[in-house]
Design a protein around this ligand. Structure first.
Ligand code: NAD
Ligand code: IPM
Ligand code: MN
Length: 353
């Protein structure tokens, strides 16, 4: 028996609702196997901040670091809530975990399952994965405001791109592409305007590409990539891009793949130095929170990515297969968050003997 120490951060809004279902599916899929989950729940997010003034106390971060993986719901209050302005939960909690735990691969698959309606009229084959760099780019926090509040105010937000940071994520994306049947990699940037980081990305992508003659490599400017993603998503297999381009492209990908309620992600530290963190792409959705209206599928598919990462590929595939069956059977019926969780569990294929 293998014990998996799982840190659970349900967070705010619909976070706890969707994580409850992901946890139920995890228990069901692992039942009868040789893995045992040992969970520790951490109450972090906007609500915790409003109650105690704390965002991510050091001792709790150290405790989280002792786990094998993190299952994360969503954090954040109502956008614009003035009481949260000083806290900046997104930077102080979510990005802090991604940065401090060196989640340099932000894996965001996009597939259109049978029976799911895309926002696109004629989507064609949709099955690609975005490898979003997770620790640098414009997210690095390199900048500041001078003379704030005056007419002479200047704000900078300088994108950080290191050869080390680019190479490791690009290598990861190439390995991923090599393991997929279509063996295609598209790297996305804005090299016509962002010439400095563009040149560094290009140099490194070309060097790694030379080691992978089996992979067809393609480049798109990010603006053109949004056109192709909408007009012909079938051209994409693996996409590798920086932190901000990846953020924007994956919300678009979420819409194409049947909506934000289905979009899953993994923040991965491939070296295994720190626990990787698995979370739906969506936020805390204060507009529908507490009403059992949220679709837990994104959280459930994030748990499946976690199972892959922990080496339980068979169980991950059983979860995906159950989700696929549930989506195909769903029709137009309105179901509660818990109903969807239960329906996925009911579709779990038996454990292979
Ligand atoms: P959001 O993703 O929370 O919601 C956008 C829209 O999608 C809303 O209409 C919401 O009802 C809907 N939606 C989201 N998830 C859904 C689900 N599972 N099922 C059905 N509908 C769903 O984005 P937002 O409104 O811009 O942000 C709300 C808060 O969440 C903010 O505080 C924001 O900073 C935070 N946020 C957190 C994360 C995260 O924790 N990873 C990600 C994005 C936003
Ligand atoms: C996401 C979110 C986060 C991001 C925010 C909430 C910090 O939009 O996970 O995509 O920008 O990465
Ligand atoms: Mn985003």
């Amino acid at each position: 028996t293998r014990t998996i120490k799982l840190a659970v951060i349900p967070g705010d809004g619909i976070g706890p609702e969707v994580i409850a279902e992901a946890n139920r599916v995890l228990d069901a899929v692992l039942a009868g196997g040789d893995a045992v989950l040992e969970r520790t729940e951490f109450s972090l997010g906007a609500e915790r901040y409003l109650a105690t003034g704390e965002t991510l106390p050091e001792a709790e971060q150290a405790a989280i670091a002792e786990h094998d993986a993190i299952l994360f719901g969503a954090v954040g209050g109502v956008p614009g809530d003035p009481r949260l302005k000083a806290a900046n939960i997104e930077r102080g909690l979510l990005l802090k975990l991604r940065f401090d735990f060196d989640h340099y691969v932000n894996l965001r698959p996009c597939a259109l399952y049978p029976g799911v309606e895309s926002t696109l009229k004629d989507p064609g084959e949709v099955d690609f994965v975005v490898v979003r760099e997770g620790t640098e780019g414009p997210y690095a926090g390199n900048g500041g405001r001078l003379r704030a509040g005056t007419a002479a105010e200047v704000a900078t937000e300088v994108s950080v791109n290191t050869a080390y940071g680019i190479e490791r994520v690009v290598r990861h994306a190439f390995s991923l592409a090599a393991a997929r049947p279509r063996k295609k990699l598209t790297w996305v940037h804005k090299t016509n305007v962002l010439v400095h980081s563009g040149a560094t990305w290009q140099r490194i992508v070309e060097a790694v590409a030379a080691e992978h003659p089996e992979i067809a490599v393609d480049y798109l400017h990010v603006d053109a990539a949004t056109i192709f993603m909408v007009q012909d998503p079938s051209r994409f297999d693996v996409i590798v891009t920086d932190n901000l381009f990846g953020d924007i492209l994956t919300d678009l990908a979420g819409a194409i793949g049947g909506g934000i309620g289905l979009a899953a992600s993994g923040n991965i530290n491939p070296d295994g130095t720190f626990p990787s963190m698995f979370e739906p792409v969506h936020g805390s959705a204060p507009d529908i929170a507490g009403q059992q209206l949220a679709d837990p599928t994104a959280a459930i598919l994030s748990a499946a990515i976690m199972l892959d990462h922990l080496g339980f590929d068979g169980d991950a595939e059983r979860v995906r297969s159950a989700v696929r069956a549930d989506l195909a059977a769903r029709g137009g019926a309105k179901r509660s968050t818990a109903d969807i969780g239960a329906a996925v569990i009911a579709q779990l294929p038996p454990r292979a003997a």
